[in-house]
Ligand binder design. Structure first.
Ligand SMILES: NC(=O)c1ccc[n+]([C@@H]2O[C@H](COP(=O)([O-])OP(=O)(O)OC[C@H]3O[C@@H](n4cnc5c(N)ncnc54)[C@H](O)[C@@H]3O)[C@@H](O)[C@H]2O)c1
Length: 251
């Protein structure tokens, strides 16, 4: 029996990067994982990889910017599997610009891919999570915690997600639902693109990691997500878990 045996998990942005790392770690613990992603090609490839271990796992193609369709994602998963145990709001896209350069469109993009899907998917998932009494895992960033330059739209959406998560932890504790936040550092395609675009910034962040390296999406981040999705973490809620090699030490 795995730590997540027969648990039904939704992971947004699960076709690549940290999302795929978490999906792989979770199916190895017996979970059935529905990955939701914009990218059909990587989504289908990841679906195959997951199904080799967990045959019922699936890929759902969706653009999380389509706010009115978010409820359908939860419905499709519950219709298929009969329940939902864990919601992981991992997807987020944004543009790196100074506040002076940031437009309404940039704000809409960051909040539209990160904050709003997190909010509406949590809301749509609540009736089902009340039944299973399980978990929500949301995603923050050191960029928000520390206010990194050129990350205004991203940092604001990430801190909005943290605020929302703490409110949900307070409101939903009585239902037995845990809501926690991972603030990761990992070598994903997103980070590789950012390293290319802003090499000095990347080296600066890398140089400040006490563990001396960016994390592995499955071994480092995925294993912590397994813990947060499992019974082992049932007395932890409303917390930001820094999975960043020690880069930021909360106090
Ligand atoms: N990688 C890091 O070091 C790091 C650091 C801090 C925070 N984070 C956060 O961790 C999470 C995962 O990051 P990552 O680096 O793996 O990201 P990534 O950019 O490598 O992957 C994101 C995934 O989300 C999907 N996606 C993007 N927009 C979408 C949309 N509109 N609809 C559906 N799917 C969409 C992409 O296709 C991709 O598969 C994000 O919330 C990110 O902000 C990552």
């Amino acid at each position: 029996m795995g730590k997540l045996q027969d648990k039904v998990v939704i992971i947004t942005g699960g076709a690549g990067g940290i999302g795929s790392g978490m999906a792989k770690a979770m199916v190895k613990e017996g979970a059935i994982v529905a990955i939701v992603d914009l990218n059909e090609e990587t989504g289908k490839a990841m679906e195959k990889e997951l199904q080799a271990i967990s045959p019922k796992s699936m890929f759902l193609q969706a653009n999380l910017m389509d706010r009115e369709n978010l409820g359908q994602i939860i419905k499709k998963v519950v219709d298929k599997y009969g329940k939902l145990d864990v919601l992981v709001n991992n997807a987020h896209a944004s543009k790196q610009k100074t506040i002076e350069e940031t437009t309404q469109e940039d704000l809409d993009f960051s909040f539209g891919t990160g904050f709003y899907p997190t909010f509406y998917l949590m809301k749509a998932a609540l009736p089902y999570l009340k039944e299973t009494k399980r978990n929500v895992i949301n995603f923050a960033s050191g960029a928000g915690l520390e206010g990194h330059t050129t990350q205004g739209a991203y940092a604001a959406a990430k801190e909005a997600i943290r605020g929302l998560s703490r409110v949900a932890a307070n409101e939903w504790g009585k239902f037995g639902i845990n809501v926690n936040i991972i603030s990761p550092l990992a070598n994903s395609p997103g980070v590789q693109a950012w390293a290319k675009a802003q090499p000095e910034y990347y080296e600066d962040i890398k140089g400040k990691i006490p563990m001396g390296r960016f994390g592995d999406v499955e071994e480092d981040i995925g294993r912590v997500a397994v813990f947060l999705a499992s019974e082992d973490s049932k007395y932890i809620t409303g917390q930001t878990i820094m999975v960043d090699g020690g880069s930021i030490m909360l106090h």
